[in-house]
Design a protein around this ligand. Structure first.
Ligand code: ARG
Length: 462
């Protein structure tokens, strides 16, 4: 006689039920119930295949498939009673199916194991998140394109070391992020294509002696093909690791842009005004408008990269095939996915709503000797100086302007000629920021024509 409290799924070998602490550490139902729809889709495909291959009867498959829909609607309506004693989503669903349809429920688990079942469910869940990331990235890219198009020829300072370097255009700066998020998008698409192989039918680890049709279940679940090695299919989580590393890189891009928005929206910069809808106030300082959304986006990379690191550490050193360690994969991926999607949506909203302050950008573009390189290039092009000498002459002129407290275009021709006698009036034409950006016509450069060409290319892609 088996103890009545022992597990209904494997009670045959057990005389006693688990300790309460054992149940607490073992159960995943608290979080893996998020995979209910995927679990039921997998089971419905499996049941249909078992009938098609003659492993179970059509009547049983029919009862199972309909019963599973009943269970799904109970879960979706919130009336389903999840049980910790039943450990995870797989056993909760199957136990309820038994209550709903009786004896045929016991035939569903033929030719499969929770190991291929969980790998299948989790892949389906992660695949949906790759699709959500694709949608979120495309929306963000489109918002950036709109900003870039509006200000394709607006001048602003370009920085290196956060020191004024050379003038660039607002459109060019927006398009830099389009390139970054575009690569994130391509990583998402690559990884989705690579992960889209079905683990279902790998069973516990070795495959099964039942005449199952893995192509049929793969196709029913939208996979490109069945995974080719049953040991691998149940024991790797590299698809989740790719998801987390792609999310980490994208979150890093989001974080850099968020940091720029924090700087740019400050009173000292005033490059952009963030909308009220994406800002917060201060409870004590009435004048404050804080870029909280940008700050939180900036922080998300820590959390998402933390999930990536955590799962790497869970997986390292695990012998093949399945080990229960792998149950720790889900919470990390769920949390990272939720926060990645939220960060993408918040950034899209901020970019859509923000106003670039054209005048502040232009004023800043002209300060800080931003056209010094143009002056040096003029000395090379017109006077034939070697670039190193031109650099030196320009450096002396910058030092002179700095000591006089003015910018380069404010120096008189006599001032200029005191440093190099051959300088002519013509030099002033290259000292304007407009000339500077218009002259950067090299492919990928900041000239408005170049920027518009890239916007056009991206509009066809996104
Ligand atoms: N809840 C488990 C998990 O998330 C399901 C697989 C259990 N398999 C097993 N052999 N104990 O990994």
């Amino acid at each position: 006689m088996t103890d009545q409290s022992s597990n209904q799924m494997w009670g045959g070998r057990f005389a006693a039920g688990p300790d309460a602490i054992m149940e607490a550490i073992n159960a995943s139902i608290g979080f893996d119930q998020r995979m209910a729809a995927q679990d039921i889709a997998g089971s419905r495909a499996h049941a249909a295949m078992l009938a098609a291959t003659g492993v179970i009867t059509d009547n049983d498959a029919q009862a199972i498939r309909e019963g599973l829909l009943t269970v799904l609607s109970e879960i979706q309506s919130g009336s389903f009673q999840f049980s910790t004693a039943l450990e995870d989503i797989h056993m909760n669903v199957e136990a309820r199916l038994k209550e709903v349809i009786g004896e045929p429920a016991g035939r569903l688990h033929t030719g499969r194991s929770r190991n291929d079942q969980v790998a299948t469910d989790f892949k389906l869940w992660v695949r949906d998140q790759f699709d959500a990331a694709e949608t979120g990235l495309l929306a963000l890219i489109r918002a950036l394109l709109t900003q870039a198009e509006a200000g394709a020829d607006w001048v602003m300072p370009g920085f290196t070391h956060l020191q004024t370097a050379q003038p660039v255009t607002w459109g060019h700066h927006m398009m830099a992020y389009v390139e970054m998020f575009g690569r994130d998008l391509s990583r998402v698409r690559d990884a989705r294509a690579r992960m889209n192989e079905s683990p279902l039918g790998a069973a516990a680890l070795a495959g099964t002696s039942f005449p199952i049709d893995r192509d049929m279940t793969a196709q029913a679940l939208g996979f490109d093909r069945p995974a080719a090695n049953s040991l691998d299919a149940v024991s790797d989580r590299d698809f989740a690791l790719e998801f987390l590393s792609i999310a980490s890189i994208c979150a890093l891009h989001l974080s850099r842009f968020a940091e720029e928005l924090v700087i740019w929206s400050s009173a000292q910069f005033r490059f952009v005004t963030l909308s009220d809808r994406f800002s917060t106030g201060s409870s004590i300082m009435p004048q404050k408008k804080n870029p909280d959304a940008a700050e939180l986006i900036r922080a998300k990379v820590g959390r998402i990269y933390g999930a990536n690191t955590a799962l790497m550490m869970v997986m390292k050193g695990l012998p093949l095939a399945y080990s229960k360690d792998m149950q720790e994969d889900k919470e990390q991926v769920f949390d990272a996915a939720d926060n990645w999607m939220l960060a993408l949506a918040a950034m899209e909203g901020m970019v859509k709503d923000m106003t670039a302050n054209r005048d502040s950008l232009a004023a800043a573009a002209g300060s800080g000797f931003s056209t010094a390189t143009d002056l040096a290039d003029w000395l090379v092009r017109v006077l034939g100086l070697p670039f190193r000498d031109a650099h030196h002459v320009t450096g002396s002129l910058v030092a002179m302007a700095e000591s006089k407290g003015c910018d380069l275009p404010d120096l008189t021709l006599e001032d200029m000629q005191s440093v190099h006698a051959d300088i002519t009036e013509d030099v002033y034409s290259v000292l304007t920021v407009e000339n500077s950006v218009n002259s950067r016509q090299s492919y990928g450069g900041t000239a408005p024509d170049q920027v518009r060409a890239q916007i056009k290319r991206w509009k066809a892609l996104a």
